[in-house]
Ligand binder design. Structure first.
Ligand code: PXP
Length: 241
């Protein structure tokens, strides 16, 4: 079984564009859950450009499935996570000027800080995950923090413009799934996944969960959110039968 985490950040992007209370991230989360989402993912960015603190608090109170909160490795976000107590926290790198999360965490360069954050979260019953590039050094360091899971950054795979580079990135991800599994890490992945490129990633036998946002929310403009979520889940599940 492979799980789909639906990232609803861009429902909040649309809402904030007009400073309105709609479309509601809560309604979006409930529709996603009813149509195959196994968990709901949101990224509380330092600049609060889409998801706001109160969205996370309300989601924590209303979700029927699980909540995965993505945060930067900073004290303010750690305190917030410990207060709200999502089921999962994925630690991601964050630069203010980037459009989206551009690369994986540098676990080796910030090892003590990240390991300490992981243990504070996990000691409080929150399963932590580290968003890393498909890179042996980073994944080995992630395992050394005793983190529950890694989320492999699929951005380079998704953005490769030709078959040669797509395959090159794909085989890196495949090898890193095997490495992470051998280190007893739960393996998740995400970023840039679409209806066109998701299947090979969903097929990887170690893959436990995919977190997908932009493609689903964008496609929901034409299909509606129920069909956009259900079709993505179906595409993933077809690869596991
Ligand atoms: N996983 C992580 C850690 C992310 O930061 C993001 C983007 O916020 C996603 C998954 C989802 O990426 P996308 O919106 O491209 O599907």
């Amino acid at each position: 079984m492979i799980r789909l985490g639906v990232n609803i950040d861009h429902i909040a992007t649309i809402r904030n564009a007009r400073g309105e209370l709609f479309p509601s991230v809560i309604e979006a989360a409930l529709i996603a859950e009813s149509n195959g989402a196994d968990l709901i993912t949101v990224h509380l960015r330092e600049d609060r450009r889409h998801i706001k603190d109160n969205d996370v608090i309300l989601l924590r109170q209303t979700l029927k499935t699980e909540l995965n909160l993505e945060i930067a490795a900073i004290p303010e976000m750690l305190d917030f996570a410990l207060e709200v107590r999502p089921d999962y926290v994925c630690i991601v790198p964050e630069k203010r000027e980037e459009i989206t999360t551009e690369g994986g965490l540098n676990v080796t360069a910030n090892f003590d800080y990240i390991a300490n954050m992981v243990s504070k979260l996990q000691d409080n019953g929150i399963r932590a995950s580290l968003f890393v590039d498909p890179d042996t050094t980073q994944i080995t360091a992630a395992a050394d923090t005793n983190v529950y899971a890694i989320e492999i950054h699929t951005g380079k795979y998704a953005q490769s413009k030709d078959m040669y580079h797509t395959n090159e990135e794909y085989y890196k991800i495949k090898d890193m799934c095997e490495l992470a599994d051998s280190l007893d890490l739960v393996v998740n992945a995400g970023h840039g996944l679409t209806y066109h490129n998701v299947k090979p990633i969903a097929r990887l036998p170690q893959m436990h969960e995919l977190n997908i946002g932009f493609a689903i929310i964008a496609q929901s403009v034409f299909w509606g959110l129920p069909k956009a979520v259900a079709t993505m889940k179906q595409s993933m599940l077809e690869e596991r039968r």
